[in-house]
Design a protein around this ligand. Structure first.
Ligand code: SF4
Length: 263
């Protein structure tokens, strides 16, 4: 109360609102009551992690406790969502430093996430991306392609539709992150990610698109719009590579013929 309108409120966890909030009570009061009271005079609110930002696993279907993210309970206050399951430590520190150093809310995307950390897809900064572009995929977690570090798209990787800094900042002081450890991204910084389909099923159907049939041998008649975009990208990239290689070979052959002619 001494810092009315001047303090930052940091929230961890979703708020169960079912059965009049009885699933989370502290000192006889519901979490919902406490959050509302604390938010009333806050300067801004930061929702740490996917639970506070979008409800996460507690709010997954059928959501028995009616777990609810902060932004659906509090209105009229700046709310910064920092999703991730868990969120990246350096990202959390970066958000706090920004608030303290500049005394203003960072630029946010449509889901209330700071653009500085959530403006690029995991796919865009992935070190396995050249394998994706070349149509080289892991088919099962224990195959030779997994040992070679090929792309995990076919194992259900959500990198192409997930915005986060995992590929840049990584975890544990930059030691590794899920994709580097051999597991696809599960899209934990996206809204309702637990209900966004099976984790081990790839995003769209690519008939005949695999290691043995490279991207430029498949047709473009794939169903989903996402698949069209992704397939088109892979096809274009492979065709460009093939053209460059052909030009290089032609150039070498021409140079060789010229040399013979000189003799
Ligand atoms: S699909 Fe996943 S593993 Fe493959 S390049 Fe994209 S982010 Fe990396």
């Amino acid at each position: 109360k001494n810092n009315k309108g001047e303090y930052l409120m940091l929230v961890e966890g979703s708020i169960p609102t079912g059965a009049d909030g009885v699933y989370c009570c502290i000192g006889g009061r519901t979490a919902e009551d406490i959050v509302k009271e604390a938010a009333e005079n806050a300067k801004a609110i930061v929702a740490w992690g996917s639970c506070a930002s979008n409800g996460c696993i507690q709010s997954a279907n059928p959501n028995p406790t009616s777990a609810t993210p902060v932004h659906k309970i509090i209105s009229g206050k700046p709310i910064i969502n920092v999703p991730g399951c868990p969120p990246i430590g350096e990202v959390m520190a970066g958000v706090i430093v920004h608030l303290l150093a500049f005394d203003r809310i960072p630029q946010l995307d449509g889901l209330g996430r700071p653009k500085a950390f959530y403006s690029r897809r995991v796919h865009d900064t992935c070190y396995r991306r050249p394998n994706y572009d070349a149509g080289l995929f892991v088919e099962t977690f224990d195959d030779e392609n997994a040992k070679r570090g090929y792309c995990l798209y076919k194992m259900g990787c959500r990198g192409p539709v997930t915005y986060n800094s995992c590929g840049v900042i990584k975890w544990n002081n930059g030691v590794s992150y899920p994709i580097q450890s051999g597991h696809g991204c599960i899209g934990c910084s996206e809204a309702n990610f637990w209900d966004n389909g099976p984790f081990y099923q790839h995003l769209a159907s690519f008939p005949g698109f695999g290691i043995e049939t490279t991207a430029d041998t498949i047709g473009v008649a794939v169903g989903a719009a996402t698949a069209v975009g992704i397939a088109a990208h892979a096809i274009t990239t492979n065709l460009k590579k093939r053209k460059l290689i052909a030009e290089e070979i032609n150039h070498s052959e021409t140079a060789s013929v010229d040399k013979k002619g000189d003799k």
